[in-house]
Design a protein around this ligand. Structure first.
Ligand code: ADP
Length: 681
């Protein structure tokens, strides 16, 4: 018998392992099973190259619980170890600066274990004693037992063992008795070993007999040793992919699309990514991509390995080039991992492009389901965006789909303004913006339907990506101004009429919280609406954006600014303007003349203030006097106009109809409108 000290520089590493690795205890099982799988794969390789000439037998890994003895055993019939092997691989854990490192990474058991090659030693996280019983494949080797109770001392003796391979026997300590429960072990094996390449056996298959479950003779095999992603895409059917998806993600609807990744240069990567069917944006779940390293489950949080927008997908990625036992920050800075990330992006994009080319109908049908993934990708990943511009679809208000390039061609002729900008009209709400959409389609314009959650951002993106383009919401201006083809016809209206009408209409707009109205005049055609409320595209977008991102509050605080545009060519408007002029023009006219004089004075005095000059006391007084005079005249005008307006049901009616068309007429104002409408009948 040999006694010795494990080659660690720190006096006693095990208490440290136990203490710091507490939260990740369970990975000991993954480590031991992985070692057993490696040993099995190695013997297979040796056999195939003729270095091992014996009987290979059926390779498998067994996990056995003995409750009476309090042991958990991981057995394999792999290459086994000689006493020298144990000395070399188990006894000499060479490392330096252990404590420092462990303190740094104490929250990340993976990092510690990987760093020191402590895979095997993780057994001590749950054991008071560990025994290795092993027989090497090498001819005439002797079986050995190695035991260690968690102190740096071990014992090694020769033993009787006929069969090739290794048993790792864990004497589970008192705090970890739950690892002696079959259900717990089965659960862990399912988590970490579901797709390992060698059968992993855990207990027996059970059957229901005489009112309880009893073991049968059949081994309970945990894993599918050749999971779908390791197979050739050409050998697989849609059903295979869909079935595999359900196995991975139980309880989900069929996926929309999938992408089988199969790369062997410049790194090795396989995997299958699925576009899940989601019902609402609340459904979006990240962390549904599982990361494997040679079929060993590593993690299901893949940030850093796949680009952020693809973490919305589901599936598996397997790469031996993804370091198994490292911390997340290390993973993210790893060169290989970065390459993998950009490669996956490329793959996903080209697969989507293929589908859009080869099955355009299917792509259209599923567009609304995958749109959120693609738009998110376009907004967050420059490279993906460039590719996606080729296959992303635009939907119009008639539910027709177009590729961006095709859509551009469709509208170019009719929807280019006098500056040569191509104008894409869009609606965010087909009902609320019905009359505007109607006005646009009557002019032969096409209107896009953009009501998605990310569409406000996509609007800006499209503008920057489509050369010389502008996107405007259909209700952001009058139809002629949306796509200005020529200079507007001057509204045929005198200054006096303009001033009277402005105040007249303004006085009839009910107070609406956080809203501001500007009255404008435009000579549309007589058949266009007499009155129209529009909301400036730029201001609305600013507000929308700031609502989405806290911190950009300036625009969010501003009131909504609307234009109330009067169509001076419309007979009713014409009549209202003339009538008002006839009725109160005589009263207003002298006031206007007076106001003009006062305003001239004010302008003169303000001129003196130019270049930051202080006004003399005399001038200061003159200015305040003039300003209050102007105010007084305006108030007089307002009084006259309001009094007149009181009896002008047509004006009230026009204003209310315009408000109603924009969903702005509510509460008491709406009630008044209804009452007035009935009276007019
Ligand atoms: P790693 O697996 O990262 O190399 P471990 O501490 O888990 O680190 O194992 C150290 C070495 O011990 C392995 O590389 C292998 O050579 C040997 N070993 C561990 N378990 C087994 C086993 N079940 N059969 C054969 N060799 C093993």
């Amino acid at each position: 018998m040999q006694k010795g000290k494990i080659g660690v520089t720190t006096d006693n590493i095990f208490p440290v392992i136990k203490k710091f690795l507490y939260s990740d205890h369970e990975i000991f099982l993954r480590e031991l099973v992985s070692n057993a799988i490696d040993a099995s794969q190695k013997i297979k390789t040796l056999s195939s190259v003729g270095e091992f000439k014996g009987e290979l037998g059926e390779l498998n890994v067994k996990v056995t619980i003995d409750k009476d003895k309090g042991t958990l055993t991981v057995s394999d019939n792999g290459i086994g170890m000689t006493a020298e092997d144990i000395d070399k691989y188990i006894n000499q854990i060479a490392f330096s600066g252990a404590e420092e490192f462990i303190n740094k990474y104490k929250d990340n058991a993976n990092a510690i274990i990987g760093h020191f090659g402590l895979g095997f030693y993780s057994a001590f996280m749950v054991s008071k004693k560990v025994e290795i019983r092993t027989l090497s494949y090498k001819e005439s080797s002797k079986a050995v037992s190695w035991t260690c109770d968690g102190s740096p001392e071990f014992e090694m003796t020769e033993i009787e063992k006929d069969s090739r391979g290794t048993d790792i026997i864990l004497y589970i300590d008192d705090e970890n008795k739950d690892f002696l429960e079959q259900s717990k072990i089965d659960g862990l094996l399912k988590k970490y070993c579901k797709f390992l390449p060698v059968p992993v056996i855990s207990g027996k298959v059970q059957e229901w007999k005489d009112g309880k479950y009893v073991d049968t003779d059949k081994d309970n095999i945990i894993n599918a040793t050749a999971p779908l992603w390791t197979k050739k895409p050409a050998d697989l059917t849609d059903k295979d992919y869909i079935d595999f998806y359900h196995e991975l993600m139980p309880g989900q609807e069929d996926p929309l699309f999938w992408i089988h990744l199969n790369v062997d240069f410049p790194f090795t990567l396989t995997g299958i990514l699925y576009f899940p069917k989601i019902h609402s944006n609340f459904d979006i779940n990240r962390n549904k991509i599982q990361l494997y390293c040679n079929q060993v489950f590593v993690t299901d949080s893949v940030e850093g390995v796949v680009p952020e927008f693809l973490t919305l997908l589901q599936g598996v990625i397997d790469s031996p080039d993804i370091p198994l036992n490292v911390s997340r920050s290390y993973l993210q800075s790893d060169g290989n991992v970065k390459k993998i990330s950009s490669h996956i992006t490329k793959k996903v994009a080209s697969r989507l492009e293929d589908i859009s080319k080869n099955s355009p109908k299917e792509f259209e049908e599923k567009w609304n389901d995958i749109k959120v993934f693609i738009e998110y990708g376009m907004l967050t990943n420059e490279k993906f965006c460039e590719s996606a511009l080729k296959f992303a679809l635009l939907e119009n208000t008639d539910n027709k789909f177009y590729k961006i390039e095709d859509y551009k061609k469709l509208i170019e002729g009719n929807q280019t303004d006098k500056e040569g900008n191509i104008v894409l009209l869009y609606s965010t709400d087909k009902d609320a913006q019905y009359s505007y959409i109607n006005a646009a389609t009557n002019k032969g314009y096409d209107v896009l339907y953009m009501n998605g959650q990310l569409d406000p951002h996509i609007v800006g993106l499209l503008e920057s990506k489509i050369e010389k383009s502008r996107l405007v919401r259909v209700d952001s201006d009058t139809i002629d101004n949306l796509i200005k083809k020529e200079d507007n016809k001057e509204a045929n209206i005198s200054t006096l009429e303009r001033n009277i009408s402005t105040t007249l209409f303004k006085s009839q707009i009910p107070a609406i919280e956080k809203s501001e109205f500007i009255v404008a005049f435009q000579a549309l055609t007589p058949s266009d609406s007499p009155i129209l409320i529009t909301q400036n595209e730029f201001m609305r977008r600013m507000k929308e954006m700031s609502a989405m991102q806290p911190g950009m509050n300036f625009y969010g605080e501003l009131p909504d600014s609307y234009n109330l545009t009067l169509n001076t060519e419309h007979p009713i408007v014409k009549k209202v303007i003339t009538n008002a002029n006839d009725a109160i023009g005589n009263e207003i006219n002298p006031l206007e003349a007076e106001l003009e004089e006062v305003n001239k004075d004010i302008a003169k005095l303000n001129d003196l203030k130019k270049d930051n000059k202080e006004l003399g006391d005399d001038d200061k007084k003159k200015l305040t006097d003039a300003e209050s005079k102007a105010e007084e005249i305006r108030n007089k005008e307002k009084d006259i106009i309001s009094k007149y307006a009181d009896n002008q049901a047509t004006v009230k009616q026009l204003v209310d109809i315009a408000l109603l068309g924009n969903g702005l007429l509510k509460g008491e104002a709406l009630n008044n409108f209804l009452k007035r409408s009935i009276e007019l009948l």
